[in-house]
Design a protein around this ligand. Structure first.
Ligand SMILES: [Zn+2]
Ligand SMILES: [Zn+2]
Ligand SMILES: [Zn+2]
Length: 258
């Protein structure tokens, strides 16, 4: 099983348009971040988590030639607005794209992309099959068992996804209740969001993310959904505990066979 970070930036991406801060003008490739998304490769399936505004570019950069399913964490624009760009995969694979998420997130997608889901869709529209998830149960994502984990994002429910009890991917989290936390206690690889250093109403900041990771005790943790106000990647990386890292665009982590 393998995860590739397609994007690790918060909703504006980095560099932020019009910003001349040290991060946005950094020449280090670690400091350039597309909107948050990741690809999970498991049992010969490519499963994308979230499909934001940079999806087309991310698919090209990572030479994505097949895509089997999409998991949606929540309905914010930076996580769903790239959905129209699944069309090449509809054409290549000659089938609808299964898209999984909470009912509320899928309803929002339907409203946002009404031309896809109307009774007489616009010719050439993407072919999307929306599949609601019951958050309590392990579900089959195109044949791959995936366990959802519920978290809270400034009053909005967000889903994280757990694969093979080894890899958990959570973004846009502010808090996770203690019952849900049990699902990922001691997990091998944890992905979690950390926005920047200040308090935020709907995102963990760096200190809160580190504290939560210390409760979860994964073997390794990678932080995503970073703002330019987090600071220069290589400088922040040096300040983190050894098992916690900032993710960066293009990073691939392979979990060893066992
Ligand atoms: Zn977001
Ligand atoms: Zn900036
Ligand atoms: Zn969000």
């Amino acid at each position: 099983m393998k995860i590739t970070f397609f994007g690790t930036g918060t909703s504006q991406g980095i560099p932020v348009v019009g910003c001349s801060c040290a991060v946005c003008t950094s020449s280090s490739f670690y400091d350039s971040r597309l909107r948050t998304s990741a690809l999970i490769e498991v049992e010969n399936q490519n499963i994308l988590i979230d499909i934001g505004p940079d999806f087309r570019q991310q698919a090209l950069q990572n030479q994505l030639t097949t895509l089997n399913a999409i998991l949606i964490t929540h309905q914010h624009n930076d996580h769903v607005i790239g959905l129209d760009d699944v069309r090449p995969f509809n054409f290549i694979q000659k089938k609808s794209m299964p898209v999984y998420g909470l009912v509320g997130a899928l309803e929002d997608i339907k409203a946002r992309f009404s031309y896809i889901f109307s009774d007489s869709p616009y010719p050439g529209s993407p072919k999307i099959e929306l599949i609601p998830i019951n958050r309590y149960d392990i579900f089959s994502c195109n044949g791959i068992p995936v366990q959802p984990i519920l978290a809270e994002h400034g009053g909005m429910p967000v889903l994280g996804y757990i694969f093979q009890n080894r890899l958990a991917y959570l973004t846009d989290v502010k808090s996770i209740d203690s019952q849900e936390l049990k699902k990922i206690s001691g997990i091998e690889l944890l992905v979690l969001n950390a926005l920047h250093h200040e308090k935020h109403h709907s995102h963990l900041n760096l200190q809160e993310a580190v504290e939560l990771i210390q409760v979860i005790k994964p073997d390794h943790a990678y932080l995503t959904h970073l703002s330019h106000r987090m600071g220069i990647h290589l400088e922040i990386e040096k300040q983190l505990p050894t098992s916690i890292h900032l993710a960066y665009d293009g990073l691939t982590i392979e979990l060893a066979e066992r």
